[in-house]
Design a protein around this ligand. Structure first.
Ligand code: UGA
Length: 434
């Protein structure tokens, strides 16, 4: 099948590469010629384990192409995926201008019937609106059909998730389109759920909102555990063994970040509001998450009183491990707060260190060597549970820091290990080690 994918961001690039890997001929289209040039040279424009090799293999086998020319990319394509961003507007709603622009471009260029598949996360009703928008612009005699096919991959494990997803949702207006998409995706071997357009769009928002709810819930339990002397890890383990609850997404920490949960939860609250429904539960989930981002600062001030002039090592800038993505990372909140309180901040990240200066508006230095960050520090703050941080012997803090005081926002070490290493250790929802 000849397929075009518009947008080579996270979702678009992974979708294009994966569709080529299962045997389709895919042309990815992006308006940014610099990105296209890099991709044509086999250089992935995002950091994602396993993506580069798969991309190169499919380019070499002439199944994967990149262009900034819509006309070229759309020629012969039977299916066109729209995988452009839907960032947040200032009022919290989803900004659909990129999706609309891409749809109009396709409508104006296409000269044969196509199925337009919307991968981008869009509010309920958008697929239908986009179809109508396109219908008003296509040439006479050209027909389009529309499908909603939301993406459930996680950054950092995108390739794994694409090939081992729990389900694929296909929302359409007719069985023929649903069957075509099921056929295209059949080689992934993932259970396919066929549904209507509106429900498909809602499944995506409801899934992200529910996962965010699980995180804020366990974080509230963690905060209570601290007050009551319980250990949130024990609690999460005991809760998660009930299959109705499930053990996933019950890791307490300094809150969720990234390009999806914050944006999608806000958009769903906004969407509900537009329909005169106040989504109180989700509003609280968002509020709890915002509070959680500030939690460690409170703990730090409680411990030190003032941190003016203290050297602090911030370990991890990315919103989670295995990505260089800083979007909505708790680091964006923590580092400016630490700097505003007079601390001398040095941030460490194995992959995203060189993004620090550009992304974080605070006087701070950045390094990709953990020892450099810890050297002579008065205290350390862990923001991202990078494997190298988790694997690090807690003795390292004792060896390198002026005072081995660690505020761990991701519960990277066991209480026993912290105690054994003689760390002064504050984590989330667990007893302090002092
Ligand atoms: C999330 C969803 O998991 C994907 O299914 C979805 O496709 C994607 O959003 C999207 O809408 O595009 P992602 O944002 O890449 O994926 O990352 P997650 O692994 O879900 O983590 C999100 C945040 O939650 C991270 O900051 C992580 O540290 C935090 N988290 C996750 C916790 O604090 N506790 C947990 O137990 C799990």
């Amino acid at each position: 099948m000849k397929i075009a994918v518009i947008g080579t961001g996270y979702v678009g690039l992974v979708t294009g590469v994966a569709l080529a890997e299962i045997g389709h001929t895919v042309t990815c289209i992006d308006v940014d010629p610099k990105k296209v040039e890099a991709l044509n040279q086999g250089v992935p424009t995002i950091y994602e384990p396993g993506l580069g090799e798969m991309m190169l293999r499919n380019q070499k086998q002439n199944r994967l192409f990149f262009t900034d020319q819509h006309k070229l990319g759309l020629a012969d394509a039977a299916v066109v995926y729209l995988a452009v961003g839907t960032p947040q507007n200032t009022d919290g709603s989803a900004n659909l201008s990129y999706v609309e622009r891409a749809a109009v471009e396709v409508a104006e260029q296409i000269d044969h019937p196509v199925v337009v598949v919307i991968k981008s996360t869009v509010p309920v009703g958008t697929n239908l609106r986009i179809k109508r928008l396109m219908m008003r612009r296509i040439r006479p005699g050209v027909f389009i059909r529309i499908a909603s096919n939301p993406e459930f991959l996680r950054e950092g494990s995108a390739i794994h998730d694409t090939f081992h997803g729990d389900r694929m949702i296909i929302g359409t207006e007719d069985e023929a389109t649903a069957s075509l998409l099921a056929e295209i995706n059949e080689p992934f071997g993932i259970p396919i759920v066929k549904t209507d357009l509106f429900s498909s769009e809602m499944i995506k928002y409801a899934s992200n909102a529910f996962l965010a709810t699980k995180i804020s819930f366990i974080n509230e339990i963690a905060n209570l555990c601290e007050k009551l002397g319980a250990n949130v890890e024990e609690v999460a383990k005991g809760m998660g063994m009930d299959h109705r609850i499930g053990s996933a997404f019950l890791r307490a920490g300094i809150g969720y970040g990234g390009s999806c949960f914050p944006k999608d939860t806000n958009a769903l609250v906004q969407l509900a509001g537009n329909h005169h429904h106040t989504f109180n539960l989700l509003k609280s989930v968002i509020e709890v998450n915002n509070q959680q981002h500030r939690l460690l600062i409170d703990k730090i001030l409680e411990r030190f009183g003032s941190i003016n002039g203290k050297k602090v090592a911030v370990l991890g800038l990315a919103f989670k491990p295995n990505t260089d993505d800083l979007r909505e990372s708790p680091a964006l909140v923590m580092i400016p707060q630490l700097a505003a309180l007079g601390a001398d901040v040095i941030g460490y990240d194995p992959i995203a260190a060189d993004r620090g200066t550009k992304w974080i508006s605070a006087p701070a230095r950045y390094t990709n060597h953990v020892a450099e960050a810890l050297d002579g520090a008065d205290f350390a703050v862990i923001i991202t549970d990078w494997p190298d941080i988790k694997r690090m012997d807690p003795e390292t803090y004792v060896r390198l820091m002026d005072q081995p005081i660690v505020f761990d926002g991701r519960n990277c070490y066991s209480i026993a290990a912290a105690r054994e290493a003689n760390l002064e250790y504050y984590s989330i929802g667990r007893p302090n080690v002092v």
